[in-house]
Write a protein that binds this ligand. Sequence first.
Ligand code: PLP
Length: 472
Amino acid sequence: GFSSSATAGRGGQGVVNVLTSNLAPFTNPSEKDNRAAVVLTRGEGVYVYDTDGKKYLDGLAGLWSNALGNGNERIIEAAHAQLKRLAYQHTFWNRTTDIAEEYTSRLVDFGRHRGVVQTFMSCGGSDANDTNVKLAWYYWNAIGQPSRKTVIARKQAYHGVTITASSMSGMETIHKGYGPLPLPWVRHVSTPHYWKYGLPGESEEEYSARLAKELEAVIVREGPDTIAAFIAEPVMGAGGVIPPPRGYWGSIQSILRKYDILFIADEVVTAFGRLGERLGSEFYDIQPDLYTVAKAMSSSYYPLGAALITEKVADAIKNQANKFGVFGHGYTYGGHPVACAIGLECLNIYEEMQIWDHVKRMTPTFQLTLKQLETHPLVGEVRGEGFMLAIEFVADKASKSQIGTKVPPATILANECMKNGLLVRSTGHVLVIAPSLVYTMENFQEMFTKLKKSLDSFDEIVYKELPELPRD
Ligand code: PLP
C-alpha cells in the first residue's frame, strides 16, 4: 500500500521520493536532496502528523490558509450535510443553489463596509485574480475606454500561477522557462522594501514618495489611457513578507486616483483576519475597486476563492453585459455547493470568535518576541504584521550581503525546525512564519522554544561551514 512505499525510501522516517507520479509544485525535479518529501497523514488543530506518527506544529497554516487548523467538527459537519443534501449544481444560466445564494450574500455583507456589493466565485486565488483582470478589462470597455489594457504589478509579488496570474507575479522562478511569460500587457514596479532598498539618509516617507513617483513615471511613459489596473498584496506574502513602509499606501493610492486606475487588492493571504482586521485593506485604510480572496475563506477545507466587486465596477459590468445578453465568464466549480457550505461555516466561526480581534491581541507577543532575533549576528531584519512574519539572514548587517552556505541559510533553519517538529517556510535567505489564526499563547511558546533550539543547531552548521562569519 501507499504507506509502505512511502516509508521505504528512507528507512521509515516519514519521507518519500517525490516526482515519481506527481510533478511536485515549486520543487526542484533534479536536485537529489529535494527528492525526499515528508508525507503527512493526519491533522489535529494546529498539529499535523507524518507517516511515522511524528508530530509537527504547523507554523505556516498549510499555505497561509488553514486558518482554523485541522479537524474542526463544525466545518466537517457543514460539508457532510451539504454533500448529502446537494453535492453539486452550478450557478450558470439563471440557475443557482440556495447555499450559493446564502453564502455569497454573506460574503457581500462581510465586505460591505469596504464598498463590496457583489462576488464572483472561483476555486482559488489564481483564478480569482484572472477574474479580476477580466473584470477590469470588461469595465474599461463598458465605459468607453477600450485602450486601457495594461496591468501594473510589483516585483516580488505573488499572484498565483495561471497564465494571467503568473504574468502579474514578479518572480523569476515563475517566468523562467516559459518563453512568453510575463505577457506583454504587464509592467512591474519596485518592491516596497525600505530596509533593503531605502537610500542612506532617506526616511520611510521619502522612500514611499519615491516609489509613488516611480509608479507615476511608468503611468506617464505608457500613457495613462493605456493602464487598466494596479494589483498589489496589502502585505507582500510569498515574496518574503514585506509590509509597506510608512506612507506607502497613501502615496500609491493618490497616484492611482489621479490617473483613474482601478486598484485590485490581492487579499488571498490577508483577508479574514491575518492582519487583525477583516480585510488587509482595512488595516491600511486603502479603498480598492476589486478584491481577490481565497485561502482562509474556507480555512482550506475546500478549494475556494472569489473576486469581491465594488459598486463602480459592478454597475458598469451590468450595463455592458446587457449589450451582450450574458456575462461571458464562469467556472464549473465556482460557487460549488460544498465549498459554499464550508465557506459559510468558516465565516460563522470567524464572526462568532471575532477571530480578527484574537489576532490583534496576539500580534504583539508574536511580533515583538521574534523581533528580538535581530540581535543575532546573522539576522538582518525581522519584519511582519499580524500573523505574518519573516526573518532575513545576512552575512554582514551593514552591506546586507548574503550568507554563502551551500544550502541557503533559511533552508538550513527550516530543516532544523522540521527535525524539531515545527513546519515553517524558507525562500532561501528568508524564513517565513504565518501561523493559523487560532494560535494560543501556548502554541506561540512552543513555536518560540522550537525555533530557539533550531537556531542553536543552525549556528553550529553555519559557523562550521563558514567560520569567518561574524559572531556575538
Ligand atoms: N495571491 C496571493 C497573494 C497568494 O499568496 C496566492 C497563493 O499563495 C495566490 C494569489 C494564488 O492562490 P492559489 O494558489 O489558490 O491559486
